[in-house]
Design a protein around this ligand. Sequence first.
Ligand code: SAM
Length: 290
Amino acid sequence: MTEPVIANSQKGTLFVVATPIGNLEDISARAIRVLNEVSLIAAEDTRHSARLMQHFGIATPLAACHEHNERDQGGRFISRLQAGEDVALISDAGTPLISDPGYHLVRQARAAGYAVVPVPGACALIAALSAAGLPSDRFIFEGFLPAKAVGRRARLEQVKEEPRTLIFYEAPHRILECLEDMRSVFGDERPALLAREITKTFETLQGMPLVDLHSWVASDSNQQRGECVVVVAGWQAPESDAAVSSEALRVLDLLLKDMPLKRAAALAAEITGVRKNLLYQVALERQGQA
Ligand code: SAM
């Protein structure tokens, strides 16, 4: 079913259009139609997108909308919407706003009362997750980690005990140090997957524990090239922790601050009714002595 480009209004619409992340066949028929029908395409890099437009025979004019001008130049696009024209927003690859420019323009358009319509398509994080074989019912996207080691490790520490599947974007020249830091923060055995060059000629999806993934990438410089997504399994509470309610854990943690481990476990058992031995075991784990 096709819908009119102008959505029942005199005002223009801003279409947020996903483009391929490699394989040009991944553009949708709707994306091509919308890009043909709008008056203007706001593009992250007009030269880059000109090649895509040429490939699909799209003659719509392009105007730059990148992270450096987006905030100040947004008005340019808004005034086109005001004039009743439709505008499409695209980035160099994949879905705009996902680690790409567009956030400020979308906010401005919505704040000014214009319809903002997504035209969905390729997105590297979703493509990687869809084929990773790691839990996909709940996940978090962390985007790019900080480039410097100190910042990167601090960020990893923040999500160390995150139970949902974690997804990261990473630059190829940092993939090795990134995996090294993930090993040291998340532990060698945490399951993970590297999705490289998705939809392109050298597409590789390799899933294994972090220790093996790190060695595999270290031993093959080809794995340190191209674009990549890292998917990491979420944290799993040790079995004994999982058997204890969060309230019992809260009581135990409070008592552990003020008294020796054995006494804290005994008192927590009295307060919560949980077995003393189990709480003793959990207390050892929580203090890293198990
Ligand atoms: N907006 C894009 C999206 O929807 O996925 C992401 C843009 S972000 C600037 C670029 C990063 O996305 C790359 O550094 C890489 O981490 C990931 N990426 C993009 N294309 C990819 C591909 N074909 N294979 C693997 N990762 C890709």
